[in-house]
Design a protein around this ligand. Structure first.
Ligand code: MG
Ligand code: MG
Length: 272
């Protein structure tokens, strides 16, 4: 059952989402060759707690850490460890925060130092596919419209769209209805209405869409060993239109990037 949120609830959800956004911004400054994912995990946990929130992934389905850290060929759900990142890596960081009874959940894939041009392109296309999907998350459209838009964009560039993992409704639970696949057919699936909130999160592989699971029970990797990217935003339907609750602006501030990509998805100005 899809749980519709009031405007007041959506504002509380924005607060949770922005705690994650700030966490990702903080991490953006720390992602560099030599740092370990476990060090980054500690920074994130301390920051989330300092904001009066709880790290949402820690203990969820028994996940052992605050962040899902998935470098290179890892798609999602990688476990932080003591291995230093190296120049040319990419690292997908997925983060959740819980506050005021609501979850925030979003993700960004970072470059570690200088990465290969074809890897940079994978990141760009994956992020663009996220916005293609968000544009379709509006009243009257259906789940398949979002999936179709993401899949079209990614496959146009010859990339593989992961099937096994999907986006999801978000709210008082981390994973609510509806499931939001990153593939699909236009006009199919559940209809979107005012007050729905979802996490849209394309997981796009440079090569095959096929994945396999590590024996740790968590980590998901590309089957061909090629890199995978993951970007995730939390979005509500307000006035029939997609309204972004999370932001990459903290990341962009940290990295010195100028972007107006989120502007069309904001009905009120973002106060950083
Ligand atoms: Mg996530
Ligand atoms: Mg999610």
């Amino acid at each position: 059952m899809i749980k519709i949120k009031s405007l007041e609830e959506i504002e509380l959800m924005r607060e949770s989402a922005l705690i994650v956004s700030k966490t990702l911004g903080l991490l953006a400054k720390e992602v560099k060759p030599g740092v370990t994912t476990l060090q980054l995990d500690k920074i994130a946990e301390e920051f989330i707690r300092s904001e009066g929130a709880t790290p949402a992934f820690l203990g969820l389905y028994d996940f052992p850490n605050t962040l899902c850290m998935s470098p290179n060929a890892q798609v999602v759900h990688g476990i932080p460890n003591n291995k230093p990142l190296i120049e040319g890596d990419i690292i997908s960081i997925d983060c959740g925060a819980y506050k005021n009874g609501f979850y925030g959940d979003h993700a960004y894939t970072f470059e570690v130092g200088e990465v290969a041009p074809e890897t940079k392109k994978l990141l760009d296309v994956t992020k663009q596919s996220l916005y293609e999907g968000i544009r379709q998350f509006k009243a009257g459209n259906r789940v398949g419209d979002v999936g179709f838009a993401i899949q079209q964009h990614a496959e146009k560039h010859g990339y593989g769209v992961v099937r096994e993992l999907v986006g999801h409704g978000l709210g008082r639970e981390m994973h609510e209805d509806p499931e939001m696949p990153n593939y699909g057919k236009r006009g199919r699936g559940k209809k979107f209405t005012e007050g729905m909130v979802v996490a849209i999160e394309p997981m796009i592989n440079m090569g095959t869409h096929k994945v396999h699971h590590l024996k740790d029970g968590w980590t998901i990797l590309t089957r061909d060993g090629k890199p995978s990217a993951h970007f995730e935003h939390d979005v509500a339907i307000v006035n029939g239109k997609p309204e972004l609750l999370s932001t990459f602006e903290y990341v962009y501030q940290a990295l010195g990037i100028n972007s107006d990509e989120e502007k069309e998805f904001r009905q009120k100005e973002l106060v950083l």
